[in-house]
Design a protein around this ligand. Structure first.
Ligand SMILES: [Zn+2]
Length: 455
């Protein structure tokens, strides 16, 4: 879900609309478009996600006309109502990937003890200016940015470091799912309760009968389900202002409890109880399914086709399994949204301070159950919703670096101990939950920073 602030006081929100059950040939058509859509995206990734393209990602129109002239559109026979959004989306993904890369390099620069403060100023400035960053990467000449003028630097050494870090951490965006694509406004119209979308034959459109009569005049995202389509419609919502919102709250975002505030209040209590119960259920379920799969194999090998067929149709279907999973996820999401709203209503914040998400040193966990838990963990969703709702309610959201907010005693500043039953400080004897100690440290850090900035 992408939300952007527009110039007027509104915010874009996504509303889902559903088609009625669609005939098989329509489903096949949608799948074909989604496949070609992903081919165009992959082509764009391959061609523009490298070091040499960094300086050329804006404006996207140049890339669009280049890709169009490459002949891939004619080869695929993909109407431009799908072709253009595919390129725009791919370029946005590439930009997002550069954004993540810059964040990562920024963190590495901060942690690198071989750099002086002046070195860091130079590197951070270059990271902010794409044209100069691109010139450094391609070993081209560039003008020294104003902020770095007069600094005592070994520019060649720093540029080498930057090139090395970029090469090491630059990734290509991964091919996304092949069951979604976007359609430009020029590619659809409404008729008789259906949205009629561009087909591969000029002038011909394919109707998708809809369950409600909502209409849209912007780009729509179409997601292919089993025998219907789900349409993500962007809708403008007015930003709300609350005159009575005036406090600043400091929040530790956790895995057990969603929010722990420095004032001791907790919202989204036992979020992990909900998700770990579901993780356990899926683990058990998968064990059962593995047994059934073995029984199926055994029946097939011993020639008992009838038994195999019965196992296949009764125990190995994914439909019910997926539906249940989807339902559990929706339940957790509702809980998260309700608790964020409750926090707003009770705390009336004008400003919320949290820590930046930690992304350095991504490790893949070996255990399947742990992996499932990670993919099902809602931390990203919580952050996304918090950020969206803050925009919607005109609340300032401040993200500070998490360094020093975890292991230090919020009372005396000494190094404390994080134990299974909570935080304990051997120096002053302070005891609290790890989350509460974390939230108090966020408050402390934010306010020390502010005092320092005022001086
Ligand atoms: Zn202490």
């Amino acid at each position: 879900m992408v939300k952007e602030m527009s110039a007027s006081n509104t915010i874009t929100k996504t509303v889902w609309q559903y088609s009625k059950t669609l005939p098989e040939d329509t489903m096949e058509f949608l799948k074909g478009i989604a496949l070609d859509y992903s081919k165009v995206k992959n082509y764009t990734y391959n061609r523009y996600s490298g070091i040499k393209s960094l300086g050329r990602l804006t404006p996207v129109f140049d890339i669009m006309s280049e890709v169009r002239h490459s002949g891939i559109r004619t080869r695929l026979g993909l109407p431009s109502a799908y072709f253009d959004p595919a390129i725009i989306e791919a370029v946005a993904d590439i930009k997002g990937m550069w954004g993540m890369l810059k964040n990562k390099i920024g963190t590495l620069i901060t942690a690198n003890e071989n750099l002086s403060d002046e070195d860091r100023v130079y590197l951070r400035t270059v990271l902010k200016l794409d044209k100069i960053y691109a010139a450094v990467l391609c070993r081209e000449n560039y003008e020294m940015p104003k902020k770095a003028e007069g600094l005592d630097l070994d520019v060649e050494r720093l540029n080498n470091l930057l090139r090395r870090l970029t090469r090491k951490h630059l990734a290509k965006p991964e091919t996304g799912s092949m069951d979604c694509f976007s359609i430009a406004p020029s590619g659809y119209a409404y008729r008789n309760g259906a949205i009629c979308i561009a087909s591969r034959t000029a002038g011909q459109r394919i109707p998708l009968p809809l369950k409600d009569d909502r209409i849209c005049d912007r780009q729509i995202r179409i997601c292919i389900k089993k025998d219907y389509a789900a349409l993500a419609i962007p809708v403008e919502t007015k930003i709300r202002k609350h005159k009575d919102y005036g406090s600043t709250v400091y929040i530790h975002i956790g895995y057990q409890d969603m929010f722990t505030l420095s004032n001791g209040n907790i919202y989204g209590q036992s979020l992990d109880g909900m998700t770990s119960q579901e993780t356990q259920r899926l683990t058990d379920k998968n064990k059962g399914r593995a047994k059934m799969r073995a029984a199926y194999k055994h029946s097939m090998e011993s020639g008992d086709r009838e038994k195999a067929g019965s196992i296949e149709s009764n125990n190995l279907g994914t439909e019910k399994y997926d539906r249940r999973k989807e339902k559990e996820r929706a339940k957790t999401q509702t809980f998260i949204n309700t608790e964020i709203n409750r926090m707003f209503a009770e705390e009336k914040p004008e400003r919320i301070v949290i820590t930046k998400p930690v992304t350095v040193g991504k490790t893949k966990l070996q255990s399947k159950s742990a992996n499932r838990k990670i993919t099902r963990n809602f931390n990203g969703y919580v952050r996304e919703r918090l950020s969206f709702k803050c925009q919607l309610h005109s609340i300032e959201l401040v993200e500070i670096n998490s360094k020093g907010t975890g292991g230090i005693c919020s009372c005396c500043g000494a190094e404390g101990k994080r134990q299974p039953d909570g935080f304990w400080c051997p120096d002053c004897g302070y005891k609290a939950t790890i989350s509460l100690n974390g939230a108090k440290n966020i408050e402390k850090k934010y306010n020390t920073k502010k005092v320092r900035a005022k001086k």
